[in-house]
Design a protein around this ligand. Structure first.
Ligand code: GAL
Length: 370
């Protein structure tokens, strides 16, 4: 009996020692940073997240910076934001500056998709993971990508215009060639346009990129298209609301109002839609994208599991290739908005715009019943 209890005691001691040993090594969670270093866990109040955006020219980007800030304030961590204002070189040096300030994770909205690889390389030398935000970072060892389905954006835009104008001369305004999204959007547009072009129903009289998504570029390009077609234009494919605004200005100067698309649900575009000057826009639920990026960034910074960090109701995980690797990507859905659903979705449901702002120039008796 006593021999038995001695053996049991010995066995229990061994189990206890083993448990303690395993417990100790298991205590420091493996880092999720790309270089696989072990950094251990951090309290959320001790983390620093860096955000770098290429520009703030469109309404959406300022909105998104405000959302990032509100989230950081609510959770009590530090957020450092830089905007390169359309200067790709500046974006590189601003990110270096963020690394020097000790950020734990970088959220990067690339100005020039093919010029940001050095940012990711430097980040990794410092053990900092990088999340591409909205726009892809090409040819690099990117850690994560949080985005919308840009191909679907393009399909939606071309569908708006071809449904209203299935035949005729078109001006095709693509986005900024340096932004990968612009290419995906153009691919989506092309998938809808090609059968019409092949059948001869639609003739593209001008096809042009708009550098920097600049409305003035869109204005100039549209003027050129109008001149070459003697103002005989039946539709304009514009890739975002800013460039749609430039094109509409050029059309209006010639007394024209033709079907035209957009993207971003900017206030000016929403006003044009309810006033019958723009056919539709593609709404990107920015709050969802923003929250997904923040949840992922916080998980990476605190050492939690990144794959389970994002609320699954916000979108879906997928893999997207950036010419160097298949990047773990989280994709948020987009929505077609026109005169018929603008009030319901953008104003009432998502409170993305306000009734009095959107309908500002419309007589009150024509406002939707609130
Ligand atoms: C794109 C983005 C659009 C639009 C555009 C202009 O990358 O997908 O939503 O905002 O940039 O900044």
């Amino acid at each position: 009996m006593s021999k038995f209890s001695k053996l049991t005691g010995l066995f229990l001691s061994i189990v206890l020692i083993l448990m303690l040993t395993v417990g100790c090594t298991g205590g420091s969670a493996p880092s999720d940073s790309s270089n696989g270093e072990e950094t251990g866990k951090k309290e959320i109040k001790d983390i620093k997240i860096g955000v770098s955006v290429g520009h703030t020219q469109e309404e959406r980007w300022q909105r998104e910076i405000d959302m990032f800030q509100a989230y950081a304030d609510e959770k009590g961590f530090e957020l450092l934001v830089q905007s390169a204002e359309n200067n790709a070189q500046k974006q590189v040096s601003q990110c270096e500056n963020l690394f020097n300030q000790g950020i734990d994770v970088l959220i990067l909205q690339s100005l020039d998709a093919s010029a940001v690889a050095p940012i990711i390389d430097t980040a990794h030398q410092e053990g900092i993971p990088v999340i591409a935000y909205d726009r892809f970072a090409m040819n690099c060892d990117l850690d994560y990508y949080v985005t919308f389905d840009s191909f679907k954006v393009g399909v939606t835009q071309a569908t708006f215009v071809t449904e209203k104008a299935p035949k005729g001369n078109y001006i095709w305004l693509k986005g900024a060639a340096e932004d990968n999204n612009a290419h995906l959007v153009a691919d989506g547009q092309k998938s809808v346009l090609q059968p019409y072009i092949d059948s001869g129903d639609i003739k593209i009289v001008l096809e042009q990129w708009c550098k920097g998504w600049d409305p003035n570029e869109a204005l100039k390009n549209t003027e050129n298209g109008l001149t070459s077609a003697n103002n005989d234009i039946q539709g304009v494919i514009a890739s975002n609301d800013g460039t749609a605004g430039g094109a509409i200005q050029a059309l209006a100067a010639q007394g024209l109002n033709v079907p035209i698309s957009g993207q971003d649900a900017d206030l000016a575009a929403c006003q044009r839609i309810v006033e019958g000057k723009q056919t539709g826009t593609v709404y990107k639920p920015l709050a969802k994208l923003n929250l997904a990026a923040m949840e992922l960034a916080v998980a990476l910074a605190t050492g939690e599991d990144p794959e389970n960090a994002i609320d699954p109701t916000l979108g879906t995980w997928t893999k997207l290739n950036n010419n160097a690797k298949d990047v773990d990507s989280f994709s948020v859905d987009v929505m077609a908005i026109d005169k018929d659903n603008l009030y319901e979705i953008l104003i009432k449901q998502d409170q993305f715009q306000k009734l009095e702002d959107v309908y500002k120039n419309v007589p009150k008796d024509q406002w939707p019943a609130a």
